[in-house]
Design a protein around this ligand. Sequence first.
Ligand code: PMV
Length: 364
Amino acid sequence: MTEKDFKRSSFEHLPKSGNCTWKSPSNIALVKYWGKKENQIPANPSVSFTLDACATTTTLEYTLLDEDKDEFSFDLFFEGKPKISFKPKINKFFERIEEYCPYIRKYHFKIETSNSFPHSSGIASSASGMSALALCLMSLEKEIVPEMTQNYFNQKASFLARLGSGSACRSIEGNLIVWGNHKDTIGSSDLLGVRYPYEVHSVFDKFHDTILLVDKGKKQVSSTLGHQLMNGHPFAENRFKQAHQNLLKLQKIFKEGDLKSFIEIVESEALTLHAMMMTSLPYFILMQPNTLQIIHKIWAFREKTNSNVCFTLDAGANVHVLYPESEKELVFEFIKNELVAYCENGHYICDRIGFGAKQLAVDI
Ligand code: PMV
């Protein structure tokens, strides 16, 4: 699969108008993507659980223009209100995808988007938001090219989502997605996310992710800058090698359901991500004191109960608490009794492993 497979130069039939709605989830990386090359190519492969509750719903209304315009023509609404501040990001996305979707210049778009999670929750909506928009555009492309296969639809949606926000390419399907060339993972690609192709033990079915909202403010350092700081980072090469090794180690762990080894890799990946931030120049820290309190509490609880609860982090202070279905009562009690006190206003989100984006019936 190369970029060329996603190019489209001629189209016979352009629908005059229409609309579609997609609900696309967020995802949480187990092996982290941190560092990228040009064109949103990841510096190392990653693997993630697709989530279920944290999602963006986007409706795209499209109307064929009488003539091509110099600028992309679109209006953007977030939770029912015009959102001018999101426009530059979408404009940049359209610029990046135009060579693969040249028809976008022929339309006026009305994009209406909303998140299932509160706006100020410290949860990044770029993965769910960009994947939802990419899927809407693919629904339009499917109108133009009805013979398109479902496989191509998903692949190109992931490819386009990646150009919007790297990790968004892992949000199209579920429930375990690999992104980035990995010589030991058949079918893996730098261009798009693919479903994890090997056996996964049933202990990972219905895995839970309770997201503890430690800091609901906006991140002080964007992931765009964080990725850039991996260029020339003193530990970058070893970090990238480690990600390849961890992905390989996970194959045996996924197959055998070895939760103790799973915990070791997942927590090490989370701390390594933050270690990269702390050792870049300029250096920065996204964890907050309460992030560390929660981590220590989890370790103490595991020591005491032999539970298989563990944590991971994304590029922020919030903590994702991961645990198997069989321990849901035990761990949820622990979260309520011992961890919620460290959340801003006691807020948290109960999520779990999910099965990918869904097209919704249009309701306009
Ligand atoms: O997709 P981006 O550019 O926002 O980067 C996401 C990076 C992490 O969330 C920290 C890790 C990952 O693999 O999702």
